[in-house]
Ligand binder design. Sequence first.
Ligand code: TYM
Length: 330
Amino acid sequence: MPRVLSGIQPTADSFHLGNYLGALRNWVSMQDTHDCFYMVVDLHAITVPTDPEVLRSRTRASYAQLLALGIDPELSTLFVQSQVPEHAELGWVMQCLTGFGEASRMTQFKDKSSREGAESASVGLFTYPILQAADILVYRADEVPVGEDQRQHLELTRDLAQRFNGRFGETLVVPKAHIVKDTARVVDLQDPTSKMSKSTPTGCVFLLDEPKVIEKKIKRAVTDSVGEVRHDPEGQPGVANLLSVIAALSDRSVEDVTAEFAGGGYGPLKTAAADCVVAFAQPFAARVAELLADPAELDRVMDAGSQRARMAAAPTVADVYGKVGLRRPV
Ligand code: TYM
């Protein structure tokens, strides 16, 4: 079976609809046909100042949410990044292979550092995409299910794998991004020109939001003055977003959903979108609460997953170290 690897940051108390529709839904569905490795990327979370207790509880809550979404820890290797030291080990080798100019072209660093000022941004935030490349390459993954915003990081990963292989001989697998078009970029409900993100909570539906909050956010979603339901992501991004949300959550095609709502106003469209999200979110929240109520069992599953991940990652690091001329203790 082809191998899959992906990760999510534990930087909020809840995953949001963009995470779910852009990536996590595909994580779940790929389990039957792929050998899957999924992780909570806590090393990436500390690239910005983070309170230790908050990080600890969000890492555990993120892991529980992945279980609640249907990631089966028997079928998939589900783990926490910092428990697998091989990521940091390969990360260093990859940093030494990356050009400073090449790293400087990563748009995520430019975006994130421009908010706080590049002077105070950490070097970890700058090298973030290189650690991400190591995350993927250390498992020799073939495919990486992510949203559109990760495409540039995937390109860097491919470049680094090819560079390593060119310099030291065939060692690493060159991975492909797995991006599902209709939901690759769920947009902000208040500003449909931006992607949905936790940094603007009013435009972001968190999966663990109360049903009333979900309804309110969706009913207040910004649409447009066209007044007609059509699927036109360029001209009517707010409406197209709601159509994609309904289609994805009800397992229908966007065309089918558009046909149903064409001719009607935006009110019924918003009501239907809110209903779909609440129907999904309610049982999800109950399952997460159940999992968090048994921390010992959660720790056991987390540790077992991380052990399993190490077994897969260690041979790659040994191989890479050998090729480069380093010696890894046995
Ligand atoms: P993160 O934690 O920001 O997001 C997790 C996943 O959610 C997707 N996503 C979206 N998709 C569609 N529309 C949106 N509005 C939206 N917002 C987020 C992201 O594309 C992502 O797939 N750098 C990664 C974490 C990472 C990783 C990795 C991913 C670290 N190592 C190795 C893959 C492989 C990140 O910050 O994702």
